[in-house]
Each structure stands twice: as structure tokens, then as C-alpha cells.
Design a protein around this ligand. Structure first.
Ligand code: MG
Length: 276
């Protein structure tokens, strides 16, 4: 819980090498129900350990949230962000898949650098990508909480996914906007640095964001890659395949993280639907 809101609509969960976080929205109990339903939906329907399987699990969770919202007047209009990280079977080796809808975020912290993996689906993120707003302006924008994509709003959903090599020593952070709206990238990186175990690190991140203002609820999931990966024979870093986004690559790299992000950005594919 932050210091302002009376309820916490963030939710999270973990299963067998899958980690999910959601930040709900909607009046009454709507937001809480949406985020809980979405997290449970992804965990229960992740039965194909591939990047596409993770996207399908998010799609099923969307249908569950949408169906529940449509069937209950108290829950009408509820929705939620969702991001997930899962160990998947890549081509011959284990890999990590990331999925995202909305403005919760997945970061990778490795080699001393913090890199945002996911793209925000928000009004201000669109304006930044179009060059109409700077990152600094976006961070203070009064409408920065307006989402352009969320679970539970429409029966069909476009899910962004990435596949990354699983590198021992890497640390991943899944978090709600209550974290990164309060803490700078440098502060987040500083808290992720070091040998603290993931649980202590997550607690320190949440505490720092609440101490910095706590204007929203704050959730952080910290995942360490301990052993990687389970390929036969001597392990080699998987070759990074470049896939052209199906939308023609109109999205630009975030200025804030610059070229650090490029290897991941180039791996983006759009799974279904079109950008709204
Ligand atoms: Mg939030």
C-alpha cells in the first residue's frame, strides 16, 4: 500500500518459473478483481512453455477478465495491466519470455546496467514515441495514467512479447507504476545492485517508493537467473535473432535508455491485432 489510496489494486503471483504482476483499475472492487483474475488466469493457463504459449495465456486471462466484467454490473469497466516473465523452451536452449499489456514494466538488470524490456501502452508513451513529448515531460504529465491497452476492456487483445537469453547472474524486475513513478532509473538500479536476495531487494524497492511519496500502491517482483540454461553439452550464448516487427517498426527506442535497449527492441514481434 502507498500513502494515498485506500485500497490496493495491484496483484502478483508466481508459479513454476513464471512470474506475473498486474495493476487493476475500476471503481468499487473492480480493479482488485481484475488484477487478481488476470494473475490467476495467466498462471492457470500457461501450459505451453513457449513465448507464443505465454501470449496465449495472457489472451485467455483477458477473456476471463472481460467475461467477468461483462457479467457483473459492479465490475463493469474494470481492467488491468499485466506483465509476465517465464522460463520457456527456446530453440534448443532455455530462454526467458516477457509479455506485457499496459504500463507495468519489466526491467533487466545485468552487467551493471538497467534496461527496460517492456514498452508502456499509455498515452504519454505514445506521445514520447512520436516525438511530441520528452521523457521528463511524460513523467510529470497529468494524464500519464491513461492506458491505451489493458486486459478486460475488449474480447481481443494484442500482447507484446519478447524472448531473451537466460543469462546466469541477470536480475529481472517486474513492477507497477507506483515504483517507477517515484524512483529514478539510477535509484532502481542502485537498489537492484548487490547480493541481497530477491525478497529483500523487492522489499527495499517498495519501501523506497513509499518513502519517496507513495502516491500509488507499489509492487515489485525480483527474479534472479541462477543457473542457465539446461542445454546439452557446453553452453553457448544463444544467437540473437532479429525479427522485424509486423507493424513496420514504427516504434522508436526510448531516449532514456538509448542504445542499451536496442538488442531487445529489435526482437519485438507483434503477435496479433493492431495498435490502438
Ligand atoms: Mg498503479
Amino acid at each position: 500500500m502507498g500513502r494515498v489510496r485506500a485500497t490496493n489494486q495491484d496483484d502478483f503471483g508466481a508459479g513454476d518459473d513464471i512470474f506475473v504482476l498486474a495493476d487493476g483499475m475500476g471503481g468499487h472492487r473492480g480493479g482488485e478483481v481484475a488484477s487478481a483474475e488476470a494473475v490467476a488466469g495467466v498462471l492457470s493457463s500457461f501450459d505451453d512453455r513457449t513465448r507464443a504459449g505465454l501470449a496465449r495465456a495472457v489472451d485467455r486471462a483477458n477473456q476471463a477478465v472481460f467475461g467477468r466484467a461483462a457479467g457483473d454490473v459492479d465490475l463493469f469497466g474494470m481492467g488491468t495491466t499485466l506483465c509476465a516473465l517465464a522460463l520457456v523452451r527456446g530453440e534448443g536452449v532455455d530462454a526467458l519470455a516477457v509479455a506485457n499489456v499496459g504500463d507495468s514494466r519489466v526491467y533487466r538488470y545485468g552487467d551493471g546496467r538497467l534496461t527496460q524490456i517492456s514498452d508502456d501502452h499509455s498515452l504519454v508513451a505514445d506521445l514520447v514515441r512520436a516525438g511530441d513529448l520528452t521523457e521528463e515531460e511524460a513523467a510529470r504529465h497529468p494524464q500519464r495514467n491513461i492506458l491505451t491497452r489493458a486486459l478486460g476492456i475488449e474480447p481481443a487483445l494484442s500482447v507484446d512479447t519478447w524472448e531473451l537469453p537466460a543469462l546466469a547472474g541477470d536480475r529481472y524486475l517486474l513492477c507497477s507504476d507506483g515504483l517507477f513513478n517515484e524512483l529514478s532509473d539510477d535509484r532502481i538500479a542502485g537498489l537492484l545492485e548487490g547480493d541481497n536476495n530477491p525478497e529483500l531487494t523487492a522489499a527495499a524497492l517498495v519501501r523506497a517508493a513509499v518513502d519517496a511519496g507513495g502516491h500509488d500502491n507499489v509492487t515489485a517482483l525480483v527474479v534472479d537467473v541462477d543457473v542457465a540454461p539446461s542445454a546439452e553439452g557446453p553452453w553457448q550464448r544463444p544467437e540473437v535473432k532479429v525479427e522485424q516487427p509486423s507493424n513496420g517498426g514504427t516504434r522508436s527506442t526510448r531516449q532514456r535508455v538509448g542504445s542499451l535497449r536496442q538488442p531487445f527492441q529489435s526482437m519485438r514481434t507483434r503477435l496479433a491485432g493492431k495498435r490502438r
